[in-house]
Design a protein around this ligand. Structure first.
Ligand SMILES: O=P(O)(O)OC[C@H]1O[C@](O)(CO)[C@@H](O)[C@@H]1O
Length: 417
């Protein structure tokens, strides 16, 4: 279950959000069926298309082989090609799973040397994930890593190399030519919407995540937001609220949580909203607040600085860990914590922060019952669908990223491509 909680709303804001919701109702209806103009980008809308039972079974088989033979699995990919997998892996990875090493997301020789050092003496499999295999970061890392694999495993290297690319891409050509395992990167899904495809699911399965449960969570959310009417539809309500705050002049949304397990989920969420909405001189700039730590750095600005921001908290209901503060006969001035569980203390910090921040800026909470694969699936689908709606209400194309191409053009020119 996933809930949307509005912490503070004036009567005027309530009326204004109702107006946005009734004026844009057509957008919700069109989104539910999919739009012809975006047919080449909406393969994620029905989870069945790329995460059906057969596909999950195949991915689980490949993952099983890797889990049995690998000490470490290298995920080569950047942005949408690694963010979803990384967000779940870093939160829920099983202890007996191979180590997951990330590559293809930097051009720093220092970082790359450190990454290569981590491979030494380990049994390695690699998966190069790239939609069109033109992006420099994953392409150049693949060059280095493939060489390493060939040097280490000789003839056998091909069996340990997986490439996830689109049909007809140069990555597919390499797979056919050199005998690597080829997995399809859906042509009709942009990187940031690929959580529920081979792109996100294989690395998650290697890390021991129950991908069937994850997909089930996403599918249940799909059914929910496709069935719920506008007044009850949480994705639509969230999209309308974002647009209201934007109209009111709030230009930044901070996704905050007191659970560090969401550390890499923020990165996925930031890319989703930044690349989807930030265009035509519009958009809400997404940032993350990793609390408690950042309450002691940016907390001051949130509470007292320019009123440019609204805040969306991510909260988990079910307790997943416990640590009791034992009484101590030695004095330390923290006796008021005696017998308390850190779960409870952390929750108190969350409630206190909501109370303080909601006096200054609009505050929402997205609350999930549990921090598990099922609810990650729910979160992925919820945010993807809400982002699509939010972009449509704002009047921008949710599925392109022309601004990113500009930097790539300059870089390719500089490197003589
Ligand atoms: O999978 P590719 O083609 O390497 O692209 C990776 C990422 O690069 C971007 O184009 C941005 O640089 C993202 O949109 C995408 O998720």
């Amino acid at each position: 279950m996933l809930n949307l909680i509005i912490h503070n709303q004036s009567e005027d804001q309530k009326k204004a959000v109702d107006v946005i919701a009734s004026e844009n109702i057509r957008i919700l209806e069109e989104a539910k069926t999919g739009e012809n103009c975006y047919a080449d980008s909406q393969g994620w809308l029905d989870t069945e298309e790329w995460a059906g039972e057969e596909n999950i079974k195949r991915l689980e088989e490949i993952a099983k082989e890797i889990r049995e033979n690998a000490d470490a699995f290298v995920l080569i990919g950047v942005g949408g090609s690694n963010n979803a997998a990384r967000s779940v892996i870093e939160a829920l990875r099983k202890d007996d799973a191979p180590e997951i090493i990330y590559a293809g997301n930097t051009l720093s020789p220092d970082a790359m040397n450190r990454m290569m050092k981590r491979l030494e003496g380990k049994s390695i499999y690699i998966d190069c994930i790239a939609k069109n295999f033109e992006t420099l970061e994953p392409g150049s890392s693949f060059r280095i890593l493939r060489k390493y694999m060939e040097k280490t495993y000789g003839e056998e290297a091909g069996k340990r190399i997986i490439a996830t690319g689109t049909v007809g891409s140069s990555l597919e050509t390499l797979c056919t030519k050199y005998g690597y395992t080829f997995l399809e990167f859906p042509l009709n899904v942009g990187g940031r919407y690929t959580a529920m495809t081979n792109v996100g699911l294989l690395p998650m399965a290697v890390a021991g995540i129950d991908i069937s449960e994850l997909v089930k969570g996403a599918r249940d959310m799909q059914i929910r937001v496709h069935e719920e009417s506008a007044e009850k539809n949480i994705a639509y309500q969230y999209a309308c609220l974002r647009n209201l705050y934007y109209k009111e002049g709030y230009r930044v949304e901070m996704l905050s949580s007191f659970e560090p397990q969401f550390r890499f989920f923020y990165k996925w969420w930031i890319q989703l909203f930044a690349e989807s909405e930030g265009k035509d001189n519009k958009g809400v700039f997404p940032v993350a607040g990793e609390f408690s730590e950042e309450l002691h750095s940016v907390g001051q600005f949130i509470q007292d600085g320019s009123p440019i921001m609204f805040e969306t908290f991510l909260d988990v209901k079910k307790q997943n860990a416990s640590l009791i503060v034992e009484p101590d006969e030695k004095e330390d001035y923290f006796d008021y914590l005696d017998g308390k569980d850190f779960w409870e203390i952390n929750k108190a910090a969350y409630h206190a922060t909501v109370a303080a921040h909601s006096k200054k800026l609009p505050c929402l909470t997205i609350e999930v019952d549990e921090l598990d694969a099922y609810h990650f699936g729910q979160l992925f689908y919820f945010f993807q669908f809400a982002c699509y709606l939010s972009c449509k209400i704002m009047g921008v194309n949710p599925f392109d990223q022309p601004g990113v191409e500009a930097y790539k053009k300059w870089m390719f020119e500089a490197l003589g491509k």
